[in-house]
Write a protein that binds this ligand. Sequence first.
Ligand code: ZN
Ligand code: ZN
Length: 253
Amino acid sequence: MFIFDAGSGIRELGRQLATEPPQQLHLFITHTHWDHIQGFPFFLPAYTPGWEIEIYGARNFNKPLKSVFKGQLDHEYFPVQMDDMRAHLDFHHLHETPLTIERAKISWIQTRHPGTTLGYKIEVEGRTIAWIPDNEFLEGHLDPLDDLTRDSEIVKPYLPMLDFLQGVDILIHEAQYTDEEYPSKVGWGHCSVGNACALVNLAGVKRWIITHHDPIHDDQFLETKLNLTKRLLTRLGSSVQVMHGYDGLTEYL
Ligand SMILES: [Zn+2]
Ligand SMILES: [Zn+2]
């Protein structure tokens, strides 16, 4: 089983897994911003003997991944410490991409986000799914998107990302800010809807699940934003299927 990031959702996953016999889990971390690790102290399998949890991520700000995880379990923040976790925890810093685990090939790329932040792609028997929750594609770009191509000056620095995502079957990627909100958020590490649409279109992604919703956007706002996203994609001539991610969503490749 592969798990990507350890936000609040991993708590519920842990409750489900706790009803099953212990197994080996592979947990990939994009980066250690709070919203991507804060669920880990609440992940039941970590406390249960027999579980093996392999945790992968980039080394960031000269602090090993393990010490960041250990740090959020310091007495000041949490009543239980990492030493109380009875599962076998192994931390791995990712170096050369890709990594092969049984039938799966996992590769990664640096995204546009403060600090070292990775995006992941998993390939199993020719089918691909990518997880890129934090990525400010075309940072600072505010203009209409209709005539952007791979040769546009603003796109050129992002060609490695476009190549990485070329033709993936499912991309789970953010589009956090509306185009009206984005000008005051440039450099925060998140996409405008328009720039995210450009990414998906230029990379020829087949299906796009939008994630990392802004906490101030309620369901009604998100629905309006999804309609806007669909209109923009149509304007770009994209045939990608798009939907919003939500708690408990199950998809099949
Ligand atoms: Zn972040
Ligand atoms: Zn985030």
